[in-house]
Each structure stands twice: as structure tokens, then as C-alpha cells.
Write a protein that binds this ligand. Structure first.
Ligand SMILES: NC(=O)c1ccc[n+]([C@@H]2O[C@H](COP(=O)([O-])OP(=O)(O)OC[C@H]3O[C@@H](n4cnc5c(N)ncnc54)[C@H](O)[C@@H]3O)[C@@H](O)[C@H]2O)c1
Length: 340
């Protein structure tokens, strides 16, 4: 694939920064990040430069601000977009749905409108396994019918996918791929970038590492009475570097015109269901630390169990997650220790 110019929205964030690093390390594509640091810090750009030796041009722009975003499109002329930027905390979205509908939907609308206006045809969208809702039959495949969204966050992803499908239907030039990520965890092997939420983390692994390093007091396990093998929720954890690679492969897939439909959906998971308690045990083993666990009630917005059928990603992208849960936990711990 010849070199392209790609807009990375949310490039200072967790998955965006790993994806920029992956693409910089393996290609000569030009990347430009737009991020307003609502859940990240500009230091991440320096860290990416330290790892890759490449500078990422970037704009501090709120994607909900159409006029400022248009200036970026006007100046840069992108060939493709990876749209990561969104708020992502399930419990926060239950508490403050407006914040999620406002940010996640307005930013997507603006990016899409400008993609059409400036003829940027290739579009990768960060979707989420949360679109499936509570499903009984595991693993979930791309054909599994979606259930009702369990949180406003998940609903923003369902609406986002539907918007993209409707646009693709009317604009045949648009080539859109929605990647439904399962649970990204871990950090880059350099330990220079990793998950670093600005507010108190609500995802399991950042909480684990912050409790292990003494920055948080205890680790709450939300729900021990689920209908699972040990009563805790089951998730499909995927190393963030594997996920970053899936974006590179996904971009290539779109630019090489390998997609059969101009709106395509692919699950990006490991295919392994791991319980919250098993994930905690893996961390305790690799870090040699026993964590203070508090068993709490179920948390609003959490589904009981979800893991991916990986056949489509293997078949059409020729992509498969490679790193196991111990490697994910070890890298997350190295990242946390580097930040002490
Ligand atoms: N991390 C996960 O567990 C997970 C799972 C499934 C899907 N996703 C999706 O992947 C994407 C990236 O997630 P992440 O974990 O990297 O999150 P993150 O919060 O680390 O990164 C998102 C970035 O987008 C930026 N941003 C948010 N709203 C913005 C706006 N209006 N204008 C400009 N920048 C804005 C934030 O500052 C942040 O740097 C999100 O769309 C998220 O919903 C994440």
C-alpha cells in the first residue's frame, strides 16, 4: 500500500497512542492526531516520538467544534480516518448520559460530515462489544443480533454503527469498517505508553495496577452472583498492541479494497472468556502481589458474560490476537511501575 495521510482522532488516548506507534513502526504513512486531552495528556506525543523516532503532528481541537475541525480537514487533506475519540466509561455514562450522547455522537457526526465534504473515503470506527448487550449464546459473532444496549455508552456505539451503515448506504464511495473491540488491556513493551485515564479509573486493569501500586485503596469486584463459573463477570481481554495491529491490518484491508461491502463490521477479541477473578489471579501471579479485594454488588451497565467468535477477523483480515492474559497483566504492571 502506498503512503497515505490518516487522521487519528483521540490519538493521545490509550488505544490511539498504541495504534500510532504501531503504524509509525511498520509503515511510512503520515499520521495526524486530533485530541482535546479530555482523557489524556500531550506528554503521550513525546512518548510516541521516543519510541518511534517520529513526530506526530497534532491539533488540540474538540471534535464537537465543527469550525475548528474543518480547518484541520481543509489544511491536511486526509486519505483515511481512524475515529477513536469518544468517552468510554460505562458507569459514568449511566450517571451522566448527556455527556456521552453529546460528545460521542456530535463528534462522530462532525467527522463524518467533513469526511464527505473533503472526500476522505476510508473510515475505521472504534466500536465495542458492548453493542451486543446481554447475550445468552457465547461466543458472539458479527451475525449475532444486537440486544438492547445496557448503558448510554453502549447505545452511543449502537447508534454510531447505525449512522455509519446509513451513510454507507447512500454514499457508495465511503468505505467504512467498524471494529468491535472486546476488552483492551496491557501496555506497550517500552512501558512509555499505556492506559492513563485522567479521572478515577472504572476499568478493571487500571484499577488493579493502581491498587497494587498503592494509588488506590482496594479493588472492588462488582457482582459475585452472576451465572458464571466463579460468579464474577466474564470478559474477552485483548492486548492493546494486538488491537493496535488490528487497526493497521484493517486500514490495509480498506485501502486494498478487500471489503465486500462498504460498511463492514469485524469483532476484535481473543476468543477467550476470562472471569474478573481469573484476571485478578493472573495479575497477582505475574506481579507477585496479593491484592485487597472488596466484593461489592453488581454495577449498573455491566453485562454478565461476553467473548468473541474470532472467525471473521481470522478469515477476512488474516488477523489473530497473539498475547495471553499473563503478558497483558505483566505489561500493564510494567507501565504502572514506570509511572510511580
Ligand atoms: N478501552 C476500552 O476498553 C474500549 C473498548 C471498546 C471500545 N473502545 C473505544 O475505543 C476508543 C478509544 O478508547 P480509549 O480506550 O483509547 O479511550 P481514551 O479515553 O484513552 O482515548 C480517547 C481519546 O479521545 C479524546 N477525546 C474524547 N472526546 C474528544 C473530543 N470531543 N474531541 C477531541 N478529542 C476527544 C480523549 O482526550 C482521549 O485522548 C473509544 O471510542 C472507545 O469507546 C474502548
Amino acid at each position: 500500500m502506498e503512503n497515505k495521510k490518516i487522521l487519528i482522532t483521540g490519538g493521545a488516548g490509550y488505544i490511539g497512542s498504541h495504534t500510532i506507534t504501531e503504524i509509525f513502526e511498520k509503515t511510512n504513512h503520515q499520521l495526524v492526531s486530533v485530541d482535546n486531552f479530555s482523557n489524556s495528556s500531550p506528554i503521550t506525543y513525546q512518548r510516541i516520538e521516543k519510541i518511534t523516532g517520529k513526530t506526530i503532528p497534532h491539533y488540540n481541537v474538540d471534535l464537537c467544534d465543527f469550525n475548528s475541525l474543518e480547518q484541520v480537514f481543509e489544511k491536511e487533506k486526509f486519505d483515511g480516518i481512524i475515529h477513536f475519540a469518544a468517552y468510554k466509561s460505562v458507569p459514568e455514562s449511566v450517571e451522566n448520559p448527556h455527556k456521552y450522547y453529546h460528545n460521542n455522537l456530535n463528534s462522530l457526526l462532525n467527522v463524518l460530515e467533513l469526511a464527505l465534504k473533503y472526500q476522505t473515503k476510508h473510515f475505521l470506527f472504534s466500536s465495542s462489544c458492548s453493542v451486543y448487550g446481554n447475550i445468552k449464546e457465547m461466543p458472539v459473532s458479527e451475525e449475532t443480533p444486537l440486544n438492547k444496549a445496557v448503558s448510554p455508552y453502549a447505545y452511543t456505539k449502537q447508534i454510531g454503527e447505525q449512522m455509519l451503515a446509513d451513510y454507507a448506504n447512500i454514499y457508495p464511495d465511503l468505505q467504512i469498517l467498524a471494529l468491535r473491540y472486546f476488552n483492551p488491556v496491557g501496555a506497550h513493551p517500552s512501558a512509555l505508553i499505556g492506559e492513563d485515564p485522567i479521572n478515577t479509573p472504572t476499568a478493571l486493569v487500571p484499577i488493579i495496577t493502581k491498587v497494587a501500586s498503592g494509588k488506590m485503596k482496594e479493588l472492588s469486584v462488582y457482582g459475585t452472583d452472576y451465572n458464571t463459573r466463579d460468579g464474577s463477570c466474564i470478559r474477552d481481554y485483548i492486548h492493546v498492541c494486538d488491537l493496535a495491529n488490528a487497526h493497521l491490518v484493517g486500514l490495509q484491508y480498506l485501502f486494498d479494497k478487500k471489503n465486500q461491502h462498504n460498511f463492514d463490521i469485524i469483532n476484535i477479541g481473543s476468543g477467550n472468556g476470562i472471569s474478573v477473578l481469573e484476571a485478578i489471579k493472573s495479575f497477582e501471579k505475574v506481579a507477585g502481589i496479593t491484592l485487597p479485594i472488596k466484593y461489592s454488588d453488581r454495577r449498573a451497565g455491566d453485562v454478565e458474560s461476553i467473548y468473541s467468535n474470532t472467525k471473521k477477523s481470522e478469515k477476512v483480515l488474516n488477523w489473530k490476537a497473539e498475547k495471553n492474559i499473563d503478558e497483558m497483566m505483566k505489561s500493564a504492571w510494567e507501565w504502572e511501575k514506570g509511572n510511580l
